[in-house]
Design a protein around this ligand. Structure first.
Ligand SMILES: [Zn+2]
Ligand SMILES: [Zn+2]
Length: 224
């Protein structure tokens, strides 16, 4: 086992080359396992257009769902960062739509989350609050909160995440805060954490919007 916890290694699967954390315990919470491929003997026809496979019309497996398609129905090659592929991989039309949306998350929102935002933070039902910077850790596993004090929340220990909106903003939909329920390390008792945007909150509102997208990805991968 590597002594560098965030070290990565290259592995080759039938679907392509993947760059994964050397230590399985450091997988990004956004990552997805590779699907099981539908066995060749179980598919004689394209699962989208019903074309029969033969010597000329070869079958291809979608790398995201593992189902079988003809070349026409599975021709798109797209990056699939959630499965850690190094190069773009072949995907069916349904999967490529989902992957395309996720690329937007990886290109934009993830950068916002790593950059961080400034919030007024209240822990539990305490009367006290503190101005802190909240950012996602580089391995995507923790929310780091830094102010006078420092603490961290492991994303896989978050049981609920609610984005609060400001009813007085235009359309009443601007993100103004976040309410998290989580179980601190070594504890089964849930804690509550409340983040509210401070005075100059444009960056913080963007951070919350990005966190909302992140939460969707997390819950999708918990309950496929
Ligand atoms: Zn087809
Ligand atoms: Zn697919």
């Amino acid at each position: 086992m590597s002594s560098v916890p965030d070290g990565k290694k290259l592995i080759r699967s039938p679907s392509g080359l993947r760059m994964v954390p050397e230590n399985g315990a450091f997988h990004s919470p956004f990552s997805l396992d590779e699907p099981r491929w539908v066995p060749d003997r179980e598919c004689s026809r394209c699962m989208q257009c019903d074309t029969k496979f033969d010597f000329i019309r070869r079958k291809h497996h979608c790398r995201r769902c593992g189902r079988c398609f003809c070349d026409k129905c599975c021709s798109k090659k797209l990056p699939l960062p959630r499965m850690c592929f190094v190069d773009p991989v072949r995907q069916c039309s349904d999967c490529s739509l989902v992957s395309q949306r996720e690329l937007d998350f990886y290109d934009k929102q993830l950068k916002v989350l790593l950059g961080g935002g400034t919030f007024v933070v209240t822990l539990g039902t305490s009367e006290k609050n503190e101005t802190m910077t909240c950012r996602l850790s580089n391995n995507h596993r923790y929310l780091f909160l830094d102010g006078e004090s420092h603490f961290e929340v492991e994303l896989t220990r978050v049981s609920s995440l609610q984005i609060l909106t400001d009813p007085n903003s235009p359309g009443g939909s601007r993100a103004s805060g976040m309410l998290l329920q989580y179980k601190p390390m070594g504890s089964q008792d849930p804690e509550q954490l409340r983040l509210e945007t401070a005075q100059d909150h444009k960056g913080a509102a963007q951070w919350l919007t990005a966190m909302h997208k992140a939460a969707k990805l997390l819950y999708e991968s918990r309950d496929p």
